[in-house]
Structure formats: structure tokens, C-alpha cells
Design a protein around this ligand. Structure first.
Ligand SMILES: Cc1ncc(C[n+]2csc(CCOP(=O)(O)OP(=O)(O)O)c2C)c(N)n1
Length: 578
């Protein structure tokens, strides 16, 4: 057999450093999987294509390099879509190879026909259909370059028969790999920014994922300005450590100290963040300087006085010499003092409960934080696991925290962990899962075993879609449709050939976590946690408070008064946070 188009694709992937492709085979993809069989690129076989896309997103997030996923025609690649949305919204480079029905059938409502270029348009930076075999290698390289440079998803749609077509052998395919550049605003723009910040008496910094390589530069600007650093969730892993200026997160799952710093500042410097919640930004008269390498993102959350297009690292370096060091640290001291008090209160909430009470999820998260390694990669499910991760995982510059923080999809933690662990087999990977999230893509437990990935899963098993219950309570809606039948997930894990242990009481937790983390293979710790843990947003609006009271009244009226008693018991301690 000569060289096929699929062989040429795989050769380019391999030359570019791609080591595996996540997916599920199918007729239209057979030419591609067959070429993988002949190559050094591995097939990372999952149970659901959504998991394949999430796994690629997880790999790309932890390596910063291109990760690849593939799906067969019609439903096969359609299943990729939610994971691809996540990769796109997290701006990590992922290539999706979407096999397609035979060219000559397109447009006839053929078996399994969809139009992938239309379906994936919204979740990609590049999405094109290959029509001839000759076109495929160049289309592939363009797609890879787009994914890398525009940090997102690139999709190549390839009719199945093209994979099997003859290709011109190319013994030295050129690698397509990432680049790095310095991007700095011009002097006039920097001077305007410096004027605004020098004139301020209480400047604050809001920092996000764009600070990924700019910890020291961000802290230096904060030191000059005596400015508290508030961070968005995706900024946590890059800024929360070795940083005397941090005042924590803001936003719906943030701390009141983060919120207060934004509320009381008289100038805001946004560094590499697209933090979406407009109600958490300062009043409109407060001047804003925003730094983002993607100029088109500037000003879409709040009005901006000085837009600076540049990488945070380079821009902060260029800005620092223009800043007049401030001497008054009053605002900073007040805000960091507030942060310390909030932190102490949060730590008190993470206490062990007596054996007759279910564990506080805060306690579980805090113990995981303590027992996990110094360079662990954590993934956290959307839902309350993200709240506990945000509040209780300590970052140190080596640990990583990955979630579905922009797309906000459930069931992300396990498949993202698959990708992280596959890319970095020697590293400890801990997935914090909800029972709703884990059971949504439960089949991927088997993937862990099949691919030999020693991921450690800690389930916050509260038999509910707990985060949604909180949202309903805040809106004054009686909980409905949020109950999850209890599942013994430790037993399920053991049935799938994994280590599985259940923890009902606080005193069993440490020992079980240690055993699971030391286990030479994938493990599930099924932690039974209290259902009604409020994760109060730092800014409780009058509407939300009213909603909560309304919820209490309605629940009592609907004959569920015992639920209120339980709620108050588990949450009274949380209320002072507001
Ligand atoms: C795919 C998807 N479906 C629905 C939602 C809405 N949603 C957000 S959090 C959540 C509950 C998650 O439940 P679970 O995983 O059990 O975690 P918990 O909040 O109970 O700890 C739901 C349904 C979503 N974000 N994504």
C-alpha cells in the first residue's frame, strides 16, 4: 500500500509534536485510524466523542500546544461539539478532524448527513471542508496554524474516502508549531495609561488568564501603584501565590474582598481578563485602562478609557517605568486586611463535622488541597466543585487549575483530566467532580482504565444538582428537578476496575484520600457531602435576598419545612460572608 492522504496527515501531526488523537472510530474515519495504526501517533480511545474534545482541551490547556481530536461522520463528530465549544471559549489550540459522508452524496440527505462546516462554525476559529485529496495537506497546515495563532479550535472536514486516496509521499513534512511574540502598545498609549494610573489615589488591578506568564510583572505594577490585585477565576492559578497584593476572586463565586476592591477603587487596570459579569465592575465614572493582546476584546465588559493592545508581560514591563511609585498604602492595607478576614472565615467553614453529620464540601476540598502534591493538576466540574476549587485549592506556580470556566459546561473535569494525564503521565492529576457531572460522562471511568491513566477522582456526592438549587433559591424558586438518585459511585468505580472507596464521615477522609492518591492506577473517592451548602456570591442583591426569603416561605408552604431546617443548620455559618 502506498502513502495515503491519511498517512500524510498523520506524518504532519507527528512532525509537529502531536503524540495522540482522542476519538472514537467509525466507517468514515477508518482510513485515518488505520494510518494511526501504522504511525507513532497513538489513538486515545474514549467512550463518548464529547470526552475526546474535552480531553484535547485539557491537554492543550496544560501543555499550551496543539491537541487533536477526531470523530466519524454525522453523529460521531456532532458529539464533539460541546467539548470543542469549551476549547474555543478557553482559547486553547485544538484541531478537530471531522470525517464526512462521501463527497458525491453531499446534499442528498444521505445516511448520517450533517453539515459540519455549519455546525462547527460557531465554536471554531477555522472550519473548512476538503474537496480534493491534493488540497488536504495544505488545508491541514492552515487549520493547525489557525488553531495555534488564534488560540482556538480549527476543524477540517474530510469526506471519508479522501483519507484513503493516494498522496504524494513527503518524507520531510514541515512541522506546524506555536510561535511567541512580544506585543507592546506604542509610547503614546502607554503614557496615557500612566497618566490615569498616576492620578489615581485608590487604583485596583483586575487580572485574568492573560497573566499566565506575567506573575512578577503584575506584582511589580501592583507594588508601584499600591494596588490590590483582584483576579478572575482563570487568573487564580497564575496570581494567587507569592503575592502580597492579592485580595482574591470577584464574581458570582468570589470573595467579598475582591468585590470591595473593585467597588471602592478610583481607577481600574485590567490585565489579560475578559471577566464577563458587568455588575461587578466599578461605577462608570471610574477610569479604566485595559491591556489585552486581543484588541477586539477591549471594552466589551465595561467602558475603557485607555485601551492597550499587548501581551500583559511586555506591556506591564513597558508601563512600570512610567508609573510614579505611590507612598500611601491605605487603600491596599484596608483591602488586604479585608481579604485576610474573609480567608480566615472561609478556612473556618472547612471544619470537620461530627460523625452523625455529612461532611462539609469545604472540608473535603481543603483536605484534598492539603494532601495533593506540589505540582498537581486539578480539574473541577462546573457546579459547586468549581466553587470549592476556587476557594480552597492553594496555587503555588506549579500546580494547575483547569475547568470549564468560560463555557461553563458540566462534566468537564473527568475528560479534561484524561487529556492532562495522557500528556503528562508522571504528574498527579486530581479531578473534583459533582455526582451530576461524573454520571453525565460516566463511561469515561472505563477510559481511565483502558488508557492506563492514574487520574484521581474526588466526587462531591450530594445527590443533587446543588449549584442549580442555589440558583433557584436565590431566585425564589422552589427546588424542582434537581434531585439526583443516590448512586454508590465507589462501587461503580470498582465495577469498572478502578480503585473505589466511599467516605461518609470526616474522620475517614484523610486516610482514604491518601490511599487513593498512592494507588498505582485510577481511583475514585466517593465523598458524601452535605447537600445544602450555600456558596454565597460576594454581592448579594436585594433581589437575591428577597428571593431567598421567598424560597423559605414557599418551601414551608409546599410542606417541605424540614428542608429549611436542614438548610439553616448547614449554612448559618456562611451567611456572615455577605
Ligand atoms: C451541560 C450542562 N447542563 C446543565 C448545566 C446547568 N448546571 C450548572 S451546574 C449544574 C449542577 C451540577 O451538578 P453536580 O455535578 O452534581 O454538582 P453540584 O453542583 O451538585 O455540586 C447544572 C445542571 C450546565 N452548566 N451544563
Amino acid at each position: 500500500m502506498g502513502t495515503t492522504v491519511a498517512d500524510a496527515i498523520v506524518a504532519t501531526l507527528s512532525a509537529s509534536g502531536v503524540q495522540r488523537v482522542y476519538g472514537l472510530p467509525g466507517d468514515s474515519l477508518n482510513g485515518f485510524t488505520d494510518a494511526l495504526r501504522r504511525s507513532d501517533v497513538r489513538w486515545a480511545h474514549v467512550r463518548h466523542e464529547e470526552a475526546a474534545a474535552f480531553a484535547a482541551a485539557g491537554e492543550a490547556a496544560v501543555t499550551g500546544e496543539l491537541a487533536v481530536t477526531a470523530g466519524s461522520c454525522g453523529p460521531g463528530n456532532l458529539h464533539l461539539i460541546n467539548g470543542l465549544f469549551d476549547a474555543q471559549r478557553s482559547r486553547v489550540p485544538v484541531l478537530a478532524i471531522a470525517a464526512h459522508i462521501p463527497r458525491e452524496e453531499i446534499g442528498s440527505e444521505y445516511f448520517q448527513e450533517t453539515h459540519p462546516q455549519e455546525l462547527f462554525r460557531e465554536c471554531s476559529v477555522y472550519c473548512e471542508l476538503a474537496s480534493t485529496a491534493e488540497q488536504v495537506p495544505r488545508l491541514l497546515r492552515i487549520a493547525m496554524r489557525n488553531a495555534l495563532e488564534r488560540r482556538g479550535v480549527a476543524v477540517v472536514v474530510i469526506p471519508g474516502e479522501l483519507f484513503l486516496a493516494d498522496a504524494v509521499a513527503n518524507p520531510h513534512p514541515r512541522p506546524v508549531t506555536g510561535t511567541s511574540s512580544h506585543v507592546i502598545p506604542d509610547d503614546a498609549a502607554l503614557a496615557r495609561a500612566a497618566d490615569v494610573l498616576n492620578a489615581a489615589r485608590r487604583p485596583a488591578i483586575l487580572a485574568g488568564a492573560g497573566c499566565h506568564d506575567a506573575h512578577d510583572e503584575t506584582v511589580e505594577v501592583a507594588r508601584l501603584l499600591k494596588a490590590p490585585i483582584v483576579h478572575a477565576l482563570r487568573g487564580k492559578e497564575y496570581l494567587e501565590y507569592d503575592n502580597p497584593f492579592t485580595v482574591g476572586l470577584t464574581g458570582l463565586i468570589g470573595y467579598s474582598s475582591g468585590y470591595r476592591a473593585m467597588e471602592h477603587c478610583d481607577a481600574l487596570l485590567m490585565l489579560g481578563t475578559d471577566f464577563p459579569y458587568r455588575q461587578f465592575y466599578p461605577d462608570p465614572q471610574v477610569p479604566v485602562v485595559q491591556v489585552d493582546v486581543r484588541g477586539e476584546h477591549i471594552g466589551r465588559r465595561t467602558d475603557v478609557d485607555v485601551p492597550l493592545v499587548g501581551t500583559v508581560k511586555d506591556t506591564a514591563r513597558a508601563l512600570a517605568p512610567l508609573l510614579r511609585p505611590k507612598s500611601d498604602s491605605g487603600f491596599l492595607d484596608t483591602m488586604t486586611g479585608h481579604y485576610r478576614r474573609v480567608r480566615a472565615r472561609l478556612d473556618r467553614l472547612a471544619e470537620a463535622t461530627p460523625p452523625d453529620r455529612p461532611m462539609h464540601p469545604q472540608y473535603v476540598a481543603a483536605r484534598v488541597d492539603e494532601i495533593a502534591g506540589a505540582d498537581t493538576v486539578f480539574t473541577a466540574d462546573v457546579g459547586t466543585p468549581t466553587v470549592w476549587a476556587a476557594r480552597y485549592l492553594t496555587m503555588n506556580g506549579r500546580r494547575r487549575l483547569i475547568g470549564s470556566f468560560s463555557h461553563g459546561s458540566m462534566a468537564n473535569a473527568l475528560p479534561q483530566a484524561i487529556g492532562v494525564q495522557a500528556a503528562q503521565p508522571g504528574r498527579q492529576v486530581v479531578a473534583l467532580c459533582g455526582d451530576g457531572g461524573l454520571t453525565m460522562l460516566l463511561g469515561e471511568l472505563v477510559t481511565l482504565r483502558q488508557l492506563n491513566l492514574p487520574v484521581k477522582i474526588v466526587v462531591f456526592n450530594n445527590s443533587a444538582l446543588s449549584f442549580v438549587e442555589l440558583e433557584m433559591k436565590a431566585a425564589g424558586i422552589v427546588n424542582y428537578g434537581t434531585e439526583l438518585d443516590h448512586v454508590d459511585l465507589a462501587a461503580v468505580a470498582r465495577g469498572a476496575g478502578l480503585f473505589g472507596a466511599r467516605v461518609d464521615h470526616a474522620e475517614q477522609l484523610d486516610e482514604t484520600l491518601r490511599a487513593a492518591f498512592a494507588h498505582d492506577g485510577p481511583a475514585v473517592v466517593d465523598a458524601r457531602t452535605a447537600r445544602h451548602e450555600l456558596a454565597m456570591p460576594p454581592k448579594i442583591t436585594y433581589e437575591q435576598l428577597k428571593g431567598f426569603t421567598l424560597f423559605a416561605t414557599r418551601t414551608v408552604l409546599s410542606g417541605r419545612g424540614d428542608e429549611i431546617v436542614e438548610l439553616v443548620k448547614t449554612n448559618l455559618h456562611e451567611l456572615p460572608l455577605v
